[in-house]
Design a protein around this ligand. Structure first.
Ligand code: NAP
Length: 261
């Protein structure tokens, strides 16, 4: 057992009365999954589908009313979290520690697109706000939830990235990603895919992978995407439900593995 886990276990109530052990996902259907930005769009659909698969889902959302509504509608528990706020993220991890005691899967889904238009108009504040959610928010959330993940027998992190962060796809004229100019969003997702591979190398014993949902109709893009949210969550759900030995450091879409560069 991880040394840190011993310390945490000493102070955390067991919220897994069904398990003979405090650790792990040994009993099928008892996977505990925390999703950021799960009040709408791809996060909410991921929550719905994982509940259908038997996961216990924690709906992370920054707006209480929307989060509570989504959780009630889906049969999940709402946990307040604003991924740009250290205190909020720490409180979310403490909330889960007190209620569930651990998580098996962390889905870093919360994201913003940021400004569109002439790149000459971009400001430092624009850049900071997009990176704060899409990249730094993932670091904040991952660091805060690692002690809870390390109590799982099969911990996994799924980062919801994008083909828009792929150098290969944004330079392939046959791909829709090549027709978009969105410097901050693409840079943030490129950073997130790299963050994923680095976490995969450095976080021993934790499966860390990235999903590209594909262009999906959500509020993020004014519902212009051709895919439904169910299609858009195929890769996320696959990474959240695959076998523990499935591998780390991968970037997949619903059509298979994607190039990083
Ligand atoms: N839709 C696509 O075509 C597409 C393609 C590739 C990747 N993605 C990625 O998929 C993820 C989900 O996006 P979506 O398309 O489902 O968009 P969406 O419907 O706009 O949902 C975004 C979610 O992120 C939440 N969020 C934003 N800032 C947050 C913060 N500071 N703290 C906590 N939550 C925050 C939003 O909460 P509020 O409701 O409070 O704003 C919302 O729940 C994003 O990471 C996005 O980049 C989307």
């Amino acid at each position: 057992m991880h040394v840190g886990a011993r310390v945490v276990l000493a102070f955390l109530p067991s919220k897994r009365p069904w398990s003979t052990s405090l650790r792990g996902t040994s009993i099928k259907g008892m996977t505990i999954t925390f999703i950021t930005g799960a009040n709408k769009g791809l996060g909410r659909e991921t929550a719905r589908r994982l509940i259908e698969c038997g996961h216990t889902v924690l709906v992370g959302a920054r707006q209480r009313e929307q989060g509570e509504e989504a959780a009630a509608a889906l049969g999940a528990r709402y946990v307040p979290i604003d991924v740009t706020d250290d205190e909020s993220v720490a409180a979310a991890a403490a909330n889960v520690a007190a209620h569930e005691g651990l998580i098996d899967v962390l889905i870093n889904n919360a994201g913003v697109h940021g400004p569109v238009g002439d790149p000459s108009d971009l400001t430092a504040a624009d850049a900071l706000s997009v990176l704060d959610v899409n990249v730094i928010g993932v670091v904040r959330t991952t660091t805060a939830f690692l002690p809870l993940l390390r109590l799982s027998d099969a911990p996994a992190i799924v980062n919801v990235s994008s083909g828009m962060g792929s150098l290969a796809l944004t330079h392939d004229p046959g791909r829709p990603e090549s027709h978009v100019v969105a410097p901050l969003y693409t840079a943030s997702k490129a950073a997130l895919t790299m963050l994923t591979t680095q976490y995969a190398k450095g976080l021993k014993g934790i499966r860390v992978n990235a999903a590209d949902p594909g262009y999906t109709a959500t509020d993020l893009n004014g519902h212009s995407g051709p895919q439904t949210v169910t299609e858009g969550t195929d890769a996320i759900v696959a990474l959240a439900t695959e076998e523990p030995g499935a591998g780390s450091g991968r970037f997949i879409s619903r059509h298979g593995e994607l190039a990083w560069s």
